[in-house]
Design a protein around this ligand. Structure first.
Ligand code: UDX
Ligand code: UDX
Length: 461
């Protein structure tokens, strides 16, 4: 504890989750000293600069208001662990790529390494909070490692999953639907939990702060992502039926979503969901189900991911079919590369799969995106001369045979499609993987339009 602050909070892992979350806590709780550490020195330098390492609407303002006052970014992990009262852990937990559970289970190596580092550097008992999404019962492993220390220190391990979505992180953090904090139901666990409740109570209404046992908290995060992603896979499955039956998936989603039991959100048909969480978390739960012998449960959940893969491939095949069964040598402009609008993040973006498949078909690609070109270059590094990156969409479409909309950026709704049409090779195609463009208007301009889950509008016989 240090002079002007009542507690030192530390977050290990200054990524998409740790960065915005701790910046919000710092801005709402001037009485706490909040520090973020990361093994990636470049990331920390960027957090300390005018150009933050991630793009998130409203984040710059929140960081600027607190940085240097009670919000600090540092690479000194050891000293900051020593001084911390509460440690949030937000290191990445990707899907394992090797050994048992490869392609499915969570890779917990960074997690365990962090636990060992906490023991090595600690000189006092601490609260450790899981922020990363983890398999159910990970807290138990964490507790066992931490409490095996020979310094006589006690660690309470809590689960406080983050539900923010990228692109709306600041809004979600400012007024969350709920904050969930799970702990052991021992005296020490409940007292530790109250300390985390006290942090959020600075700006979150009491009825939105839920407390539970630690296992339910860990599981709830995975389950929330299962529910959200299965809605998308369901509407995407329906989009395929719509294309065969001349129904319109937007009308179907509207009609279905007005049923209050169903609700209107997460019913936008798309080229598939992306992002660092959905696929990873479902596969994680599939793996856990299998490991408990719940094969039917595992198969059921696994289909959410399989449908998502099918939707991406289906999109490529419909492009191929519409463009006379050959894409070789054709120039295709991808509108957007981020996994969703308002972020520069491309992790698991459906655009990656689609771009790679189009390159296999020997198309030439032009990638345009207002925020994600830096990541797109890394994702398509093997594309060589067949991929170009152009920020200005009007320049990007020049000499192209087709546009394929990958990301639902607002920008693409209001472009001058007449001007765009004039710059393209005819017949000009638009494949709208997000259904955001004014289809009848673009059809009138002369485009052949292939939306998702709706009949195409085409001038071709
Ligand atoms: C992470 C997890 O991936 C996800 O499972 C969880 O739901 C939330 O936390 P995110 O913040 O998006 O998500 O990941 P990322 O942007 O990759 O940030 C993780 C950071 O941890 C990286 O900056 C990485 O350098 C850092 N890290 C990783 C450490 O500081 N120490 C390590 O040992 C490993
Ligand atoms: C998600 C969860 O929403 C969040 O609560 C959790 O903490 C992390 O995972 P995120 O991945 O940032 O957040 O974005 P989200 O807005 O949920 O979108 C995920 C993917 O689904 C995107 O690719 C998006 O384009 C797609 N999507 C979303 C659809 O295809 N259709 C929809 O109707 C909604």
């Amino acid at each position: 504890m240090s002079g002007k602050y009542i507690k030192n909070l530390l977050c290990i892992g200054a990524g998409y989750v740790g960065g915005p979350t701790m910046a919000m806590i710092a801005s709402k709780c001037p009485q706490y000293r909040v520090t973020l550490v990361d093994i990636n020195h470049q990331r920390i330098d960027e957090w300390n600069s005018d150009r933050l390492p991630i793009y998130e609407p409203g984040l710059d303002e929140v960081v600027r208001a607190a940085r240097g006052k009670n919000l600090f970014f540092s690479t000194d992990i050891e000293n900051n662990i020593r001084e911390a009262d509460i440690i949030f852990v937000s290191v990445n937990t990707p899907t394992k790529t090797f050994g048992v559970g490869a392609g499915m289970a969570a890779d917990l190596q960074y997690w365990e390494k962090t636990a060992r580092q906490i023991i090595a550097c600690s000189e006092s008992s601490k609260i450790v909070v899981e922020k990363s999404t983890l398999p159910v019962r990970t807290a138990l492993a964490m507790e066992r490692i931490l409490n095996s220390n020979d310094k006589g220190l006690h660690f309470d391990v809590l689960s406080n999953p983050e539900f923010l979505a990228e692109g709306t992180a600041i809004k979600d953090l400012l007024s969350p639907d709920r904050v969930l904090i799970g702990s052991r139901l021992t005296d020490s666990g409940v007292a530790a939990r109250q300390q985390i409740v006290d942090i959020y109570a600075n700006w979150v209404p009491a009825d939105k702060i839920l407390t539970s046992d630690v296992w339910s908290s860990e599981l709830s995060k995975l389950v929330a992502n299962v529910f959200l992603s299965q809605r998308i896979s369901t509407i995407n499955a329906i989009s395929a039926i719509c294309e065969k039956t001349e129904a319109d998936v937007t009308n179907v989603a509207r009609a279905v979503g007005m049923d209050q039991r169903i609700g209107a959100r997460y019913l936008n048909a798309s080229i598939g969901f992306g992002g660092s969480c959905f696929k990873k978390d479902i596969l994680n739960l599939v793996y856990i189900s299998k490991s408990y012998g719940l094969d039917e449960v595992a198969d059921y959940l696994h289909y959410v991911v399989k449908m998502n893969d099918y939707q991406k491939e289906r999109f490529v095949e419909s492009m191929l079919q519409a463009m006379f069964n050959t894409l070789a040598g054709k120039r295709i402009c991808l509108f957007g590369f981020a996994f969703k609008a308002d972020t520069g993040d491309t992790r698991e973006s459906p655009a990656i799969y689609i771009a790679k498949r189009l390159l296999e078909e020997r198309a030439d690609l032009v990638i345009t995106d207002p925020k994600a070109l830096r990541n797109a270059r890394k994702d398509l590094a093997g594309g060589g001369d067949h991929v170009t990156y152009i920020a200005d969409p009007y320049e990007a479409v020049s000499g192209c045979h087709a546009i394929a909309v990958m990301t639902e950026w607002d920008l693409y709704k209001s472009l001058d499609y007449k001007k765009i049409f004039e710059k393209m090779i005819k017949p000009a195609f638009i494949f709208d993987g997000r259904n955001i463009i004014d289809h009848p208007r673009c059809f009138d301009i002369g485009f052949n339009i292939y939306p998702l889950g709706k009949p195409p509008l085409t001038h071709l016989e």
